[in-house]
Each structure stands twice: as C-alpha cells, then as structure tokens.
Design a protein around this ligand. Sequence first.
Ligand SMILES: Cc1cc2nc3c(=O)[nH]c(=O)nc-3n(C[C@H](O)[C@H](O)[C@H](O)COP(=O)(O)O)c2cc1C
Length: 341
Amino acid sequence: MHDDTDFTGKAVLVVGGSSGIGNGIAQAFRQRGADVHVWGTRKTAADYDGVSGSDLSGVGYSCVNVGDPDAIASAPEPFAEGRMDVLILCQGTVEYQRREFEQEGWDRVMAVNLDSLMHCSRRFRPALEASAGSITIVSSLSGYRANKGNPAYAASKAGAINTTVSEDGTRNAAPYSFFNAVGDEPPMVVLGLLKDPATGGMKNTASNIAATGEFVVNLVCEADAEKMNMTSIDAPADLDELEYANIETLPSTAVTPERIASSPVSFECRSLEMLEIGPRQTIVIGEILVTHIKDEFILDPDKVYLDTPAMKLIGRVHGSGWYARGTDLFKMDRPKPLPKD
Ligand SMILES: Cc1cc2nc3c(=O)[nH]c(=O)nc-3n(C[C@H](O)[C@H](O)[C@H](O)COP(=O)(O)O)c2cc1C
C-alpha cells in the first residue's frame, strides 16, 4: 500500500471510473486501502477487458447511465449499509461533428456533464453528511477555454467548476468556548467540538475543519457579544452566519476562511490533529500560522507588550447564557524557585 495517504476502510464511489482519469483515481484510492466502487456505462466490468486505460481489478462495478436521473436514483447502493466517505464525480461525454449545436446533442452532453453532478450529489448527500465525507468534481480546462465545435462540453465543464466552488465556499461562524492556547513552539490552540445533539454527526465547524484543515479563532470583545451570540444559531451548513449576524470580515493571509474585522485578536490556524475523544466529542489541535492583533492594543511592538484589558474580551462562564468581563483582575507573584540541591 502507498503510505502517503491512508484511506483504509473508507468507501469511495467513482462515477465515470471505468476508464481514463476516473479509473486512475479509482485505482489510486484502492492502492491506499479504500473500498472502491465504480459506475460506468457498459453492462458488466468484463466488457472493459482489454480496453486501454481501464483496470477494474479489485473494485466493485455497476452499470449506471448517469444521463438518466431515474437511473441515478434507482441504482443499487454501492456499499453495504449506505456507507460512503468520498464521492468522485468524473463522468463526462462529448459529441463531435457539430452534434452539440443541435438540441438533442446539447441536451445529452448537459445531462451527463452537468445535471448528473447534482443528481448524484443529491442521492448520496445523506450518506456523506453522516460520515462528514466529501465530494470531488473533476472538470476540464475546457471550462476555462471553450473547445471549438463543442459548446455543450465547454459550457457544462464551466458549470462543473462553478458548482464546486460555490459548494466549497460557504462561510461558517460559531462561538466555541472550549478553546485554549496550549503551546508556543510552534504556537498551538485546541478546540473542543461536541457532536450535533440532533444528528449525532459533526457540527459544521468540525466538518469544515475536517474537510479543509483550516480555521480562524477570533477573540470576542464585549461590543461584539450580541453578534457572537447570533452566530451560535443551530442552522444548516449552507447558512452563512457572518452574513446572518451582519459581521464584517477581512481576508486572511495564510488560510482561506476570513477573519472577523472587529476582533481584537485573530489566529489563523491549520489543523494538525483531530482526535475522537468520545462518542460525542472531538478535539482539534491547531497550529497558529498567523496572529493578527489590532494596532491600538500593542503597547510595545518589540517586546510584544499588549494592552489586554483595553481589548474588553469576554468569556463564557458559569452556565449557558452567562459571560464574564475581564474587569476584575487581581495580581499574584509566583513563589520563588526552591534551591536545586
Ligand atoms: C458562548 C458559546 C460557547 C459555545 N461553546 C461551544 C463549545 O466549546 N463546543 C461546542 O461544541 N459548542 C459550543 N457552543 C455551541 C455552538 O456554538 C453551536 O452548537 C453552534 O450552532 C455550532 O455551529 P456550527 O455547526 O456552525 O459549528 C457554544 C455556544 C455559545 C453561545
């Protein structure tokens, strides 16, 4: 087995995986330990024997014409108990001799290259949601530069690129009080992420971190308390809580998720480890790649002395709905070290 990425025990369906790039993807997952199933257009796997660029050894196979939405809906489950971790959508067709300029040719190409992406995604969304799995759409450079003579192919591949971007680009924000700094070489944080009590699956924050490996921790000041509270709304993954709570953002420098503009301190983080520490909880250990501190709170930039009280940070204490200000500070000196001998 290749040891660069281990997919042992993961269930991977490759639509359009009978030959070409899709078949390469299917075999690459199999070599990395995954259970792989392929959808293709010929009746049986044996019908691909001897076809150049096709190797169906060690993978499951079903004949599904994805140009037909009913065939997608009624195709047998590729894995037992409706399991699925990765869905690769690699299907594609093209028509030559100007047939894509005719209505029927255009429709056939659109049905396979574009419509079926949504039909397949819709069919397997519940299974992927349950496993916090992912969908990858394989498109083509033709999505950027139209092929002469193939308008449907180019338009459908451009649509495929856009479908992927919009799906990945949904922003998410939520308060997490189970958060701490746990090291400085390199600087690290941990987050305690509970499972969604309604579904038993990951909350959106956890599934986004699992999928992208990136997140931003924004410390909350008192002026932002109401907005912070609004982002804790239990909402579907496609709600942009930043827009919902009218929170302004700024671009991050090292990660894709944006940071909150009014936050006194933001940490751009990369996830190092996600640990399942119980049936209802996950720990994320993140490395801080970049720290942003608002200029007004920096007392001495060389020594990195900060005016933390001026940040008016708040924290969650006591119980649900209760918060503390940092205005009741007291100071204690540490005991002198004991002599070594
Ligand atoms: C102040 C505050 C602190 C919270 N801290 C946590 C926490 O540490 N861990 C957690 O799993 N949920 C915590 N929650 C609940 C989540 O914010 C809430 O479940 C939210 O809907 C999750 O959103 P998401 O699915 O977009 O990640 C907290 C809520 C509030 C209001």
